[in-house]
Design a protein around this ligand. Structure first.
Ligand SMILES: Nc1nc2c(c(=O)[nH]1)N[C@H]1C(S)=C(S)[C@@H](COP(=O)(O)O)O[C@H]1N2
Ligand SMILES: [Mo]
Length: 210
């Protein structure tokens, strides 16, 4: 097996271990089967594209009234928000009180005037990664197209210059190096979802695998 195939197998194994439901944590903010960390681990496919602010573009396409390409200046001109949320990774670490800064994902989406039949999105990233969500999951006020975390610009390893953050789902839904949002009528499973990760990824229900 190649290193790549081994890596994918290892991650699938970690997710599968959660098949039996874990006991609830005493701490009401930590989902079952998770432990708290105070560092910020880096999780990705190992290919970290170096995207400068000048190069960065976000393309909104598919079932939209208005195809849009947003650049760094365009993102900066949208209302800037800060939001504090907890981050839960399927590999069982959680970090509380992450302070993100960026633009509400819903403010970005609305620029493209999604058509009424657009019920799902695919998030596309510069490393070739994809993940999928229902459009409604991006409308919550804790979902950010983020450019900063913990008071600093996002580093490359954490998905800078711009990533998505979806705190109510496991971390694999929070696409780093965000480059596209594609709108569909039907759901299109993303990179991990086609490899057996759960489609919905709710950490409170331990939706890790299948
Ligand atoms: N583009 C891209 N985004 C990605 C990934 C990836 O491999 N590529 N990995 C996901 C996974 S599995 C997790 S847990 C989080 C981790 O984010 P972090 O590295 O900032 O902790 O990013 C998610 N977003
Ligand atoms: Mo992850």
């Amino acid at each position: 097996m190649t290193d790549w195939a081994k890596f994918i197998q290892a991650k699938i194994k970690i997710a599968r271990k959660g098949a039996a439901p874990s006991k609830p944590n005493a701490d009401a903010r930590t989902p079952p089967g998770q432990h708290l960390v105070t560092n910020f681990p880096v999780l990705d496919l190992g290919n970290r594209p170096e995207i400068t602010r000048d190069m960065w573009q976000l393309h909104l396409f598919g079932l939209v009234g208005q195809e849009i390409t947003l650049d760094w200046g365009g993102l900066m001109r949208l209302p800037q928000v800060k939001a504090i949320s907890d981050f839960h990774c399927v590999t069982r670490w959680s970090r509380l009180d992450m302070q993100w800064e960026g633009v509400l994902a819903r403010d970005v989406l609305m620029l493209a005037e999604p058509r009424p039949e657009a019920h799902f999105v695919t998030l596309h990233s510069y490393d070739g990664y994809t993940t999928n969500l229902p459009l409604t999951a991006l409308l919550d006020s804790d979902v950010l197209v983020a450019h900063s975390v913990l008071g600093k610009s996002l580093s490359c390893e954490h998905g800078g210059p711009v990533r998505l953050v979806v705190p109510k789902r496991y971390g694999w839904k929070s696409a780093k190096w965000l480059k596209g949002i594609e709108f569909h009528q039907e759901d299109h499973p993303g990179f991990w979802e086609v490899r057996g990760y759960h489609n919905d990824a709710n950490p409170w229900q331990e939706q890790r695998f299948g």
